[in-house]
Design a protein. Structure first.
Length: 357
């Protein structure tokens, strides 16, 4: 089985997923070593001073992470004030013009020199839609074996009207890596379900895994109920938490490769052993060329998401320069709950233009 990637111009944590019959539990595998992992995950610095009028400014005292004592098996929430000084912190949004975007929330962070370039409602609880899949991909890449052969189960049958699909069927056999392309490019909710069941034996177990990873990253304004982002009132996040999750995912070259692709050709077999060929195309208009990127910038990664409740969302990474392979400073930008697709990209262009203007 093979796949061909069309693009615009890592390290591996212990494999807890194989064989597929054994459910994954990061919490039990990590134990107190989560502290070291979490330290490495947050050693970046971007902050703006003053708490201003933010309703929920970032404070590590309010954002504990969960660790487990390997001797007793008991969990406890712990706070480590040291990390608050090293995180990208939005503590005051008053310097920024909220009218720069008409979406509900938007942020722009420089990952290279530690500056917050824009922030609007960074801590407001919102629905993530398919930007949820960033966490699903992160867990699969970080803890899974991308060469695993995955047999699609009935759990991947998605019947919700308007749900985006990779169009995989029960009994199809694909690699975990192929499923990740099916997850991130056509935004396949069916691929998300297949990944979840492969790694954790059920959607519910995988959602628990997602929440454990979110807590480990400090994304405690987030709660996941599924691996794809189809609407559930108890499935929510914030723009800032999406930054924390996306920032972690960008540390993995495979994540950048998958989310930077324009299209992917997948060859796999169905339940009867017949060859299946699919071409999955991405939905990021900057990558596909449907929307021009501001001059001097290159978009190299991202994930869209849309539901009626969430509106239109986009989490994206760009860099200064015009090369996909290398360039200057890197930036994470997020728009949540834009009124429609055109407005989403208008808002995103408005904030990323701040990088070069």
């Amino acid at each position: 089985m093979a796949g061909d990637v069309q693009v615009m111009g890592g390290r591996k944590s212990p494999d807890f997923s194989a064989p597929a019959a054994r459910p994954v539990s990061i919490r039990r595998a990590a134990g107190l070593s989560a502290l070291a992992v979490w330290t490495a995950a947050v050693l970046c610095g971007c902050s703006i001073g003053g708490r201003g009028d933010l309703e929920k400014p970032y404070s590590f005292e309010e954002r504990p992470f969960v660790q487990e004592d390997t001797q007793t098996g008991q969990e406890e929430a712990v706070t480590v004030p040291l990390f608050a000084r090293d995180l990208c912190v939005v503590s005051d949004e008053t310097p920024f013009n909220g009218e720069d975007v008409d979406s509900e929330a938007g942020v722009l962070f420089s990952m290279s020199d530690g500056k917050v370039l824009y922030s609007k409602n960074a801590f407001e609880r919102l629905y993530p839609a398919s930007t949820t899949k960033i966490m699903t991909a992160l867990i699969a890449i970080k803890y899974g074996n991308l060469e695993d052969m995955v047999t699609v189960t009935e759990d991947a049958v998605i019947t919700e009207a308007g749900a985006t699909l990779a169009d995989i069927k029960p009994g199809d056999v694909l690699t975990l890596e192929q499923l990740l392309y099916g997850l991130m490019l056509p935004s396949g909710n069916d691929a998300g379900a297949a990944i979840a069941v492969h790694m954790s034996q059920s959607i519910e177990n995988f959602a628990q895994l997602m929440n454990e990873e979110a807590a480990r990253l400090g994304a405690t304004g987030t709660h996941f109920m599924n691996p794809h982002g189809l609407h559930d009132e108890n499935h929510y996040t914030t723009a800032y938490d999406l930054y924390l999750i996306f920032n972690e995912a960008l540390k993995y070259p495979k994540f950048r490769e998958i989310t930077g692709a324009v299209a992917y050709s997948a060859d796999y077999k169905d339940k009867d052993g017949n060859e299946v060929k699919k071409v999955w195309e991405g939905g990021n208009w900057y990558l596909t060329g449907k929307r021009d990127t501001p001059e001097g910038l290159t978009v190299f990664s991202g994930k869209t998401g849309t539901t009626q409740a969430a509106g239109c969302c986009l989490v994206m990474a760009s860099r200064e320069g015009t090369s996909q392979e290398s360039g200057g400073n890197e930036y994470v930008s997020i728009i949540m709950k834009a009124k429609d697709r055109n407005s989403l990209y208008d808002n995103m262009t408005n904030i990323i233009s701040k990088i070069v203007n």
